[in-house]
Structure formats: structure tokens, C-alpha cells
Write a protein that binds this ligand. Structure first.
Ligand code: CMP
Length: 143
């Protein structure tokens, strides 16, 4: 199923989990050609959130973003499919929900530019690093 196909990391962030929309988000992925190759719920520590978002550590919103990401449970997933990275980003919509197209996950579920419901890897190299941050090879189903 997912062995030779593009993979990406998706996170359903704490705001979306608190809103009770995990199912609607997963259904959107499954209804749009993405398969779930791994999935688990995590409650990140501040340090784990800082590690995940290390590339943003110089940004003014880094402290607030990592507080938010460690404020409640999140769901992390490996999605696979043809062009999974781009397809997931299309389904998510723009980072700022005010700029996101109608029907996108962020338009439907995000509260603001920070509490924006979902995360998705932006390129193949980031996808590899981000997947490895949460999932050992053995937890990813390729069959
Ligand atoms: P994400 O796609 O997970 O990548 C980085 C995250 O930083 C982004 O979603 C938002 O949650 C957050 N973010 C990006 N820009 C801003 C901003 N201007 N203010 C606050 N948070 C931001």
C-alpha cells in the first residue's frame, strides 16, 4: 500500500482535538486519496514541541506556538499517497485561516494563524525528518 509511495507527516493540533473534529479531519484525508500508514495520540511536553518546531526557534511566535502545541493532546499521522505532501497541503489550506480557501481544513476548523488545526510537512526532506521525529520505522505500515 504505502511502500514506494510518497509519505508526509500530519498533525491534528490541540485546538482541533479539543473541538472534537479528529474524525472529520481523518475522513477528509481518507476521502481525498490519502491513506493512513501510522497514527497515534501524543501529549507533547514543551521541550518536545520545541524540538519539533526547532526551525522556527528565532521567530517571535516560537514561545507561544510551543506553549500551544504542548497545551493538550494532538494526533500525529503518517499519510501516504501519490503527491501526498502537496495533496495534504492543498487540503489544509493557507497557514492563516483568514486566507484559506473555502472547504479547506483550516477554513473549516482553525481558530487563528497559530491555532490552525493541522500541520503538514512542506517538502520531502522535512517529511522524512518530521516522520522520524514521531515514528520509528516499525510503526509505519507499508503493506
Ligand atoms: P504549521 O504549518 O504547523 O507551521 C508553523 C506554525 O507556526 C504554523 O503552522 C502556525 O501554527 C504557527 N505560525 C505561523 N505563523 C505564525 C504567526 N505569524 N503567528 C503565530 N503563529 C504562527
Amino acid at each position: 500500500m504505502c511502500a514506494m509511495i510518497e509519505k508526509t507527516l500530519s498533525i491534528i493540533k490541540p485546538d482541533a482535538v479539543a473541538k472534537g473534529v479528529i474524525g472529520q479531519i481523518v475522513a477528509t484525508f481518507e476521502g481525498n486519496g490519502l491513506k493512513i500508514a501510522a497514527m497515534k495520540m501524543v501529549y507533547l511536553s514543551k521541550r518536545e514541541a520545541e524540538g519539533f518546531y526547532a526551525v522556527h526557534r528565532e521567530r517571535p511566535f516560537f514561545g507561544s506556538l510551543t506553549d500551544f502545541m504542548s497545551s493538550g493532546p494532538a494526533v500525529v499521522m503518517v499519510l501516504c499517497g501519490e503527491n501526498a505532501i502537496a495533496r495534504n497541503r492543498e487540503l489544509m489550506g493557507a497557514t492563516n485561516p483568514a486566507e484559506a480557501d473555502d472547504g479547506t481544513l483550516r477554513k473549516r476548523f482553525a481558530s487563528n494563524i497559530e491555532q490552525n488545526a493541522v500541520h503538514g510537512s512542506d517538502a520531502p526532506e522535512t517529511a522524512r525528518t518530521e516522520i522520524a521525529y514521531f515514528f520509528p520505522e516499525l510503526e509505519i505500515v507499508n503493506g
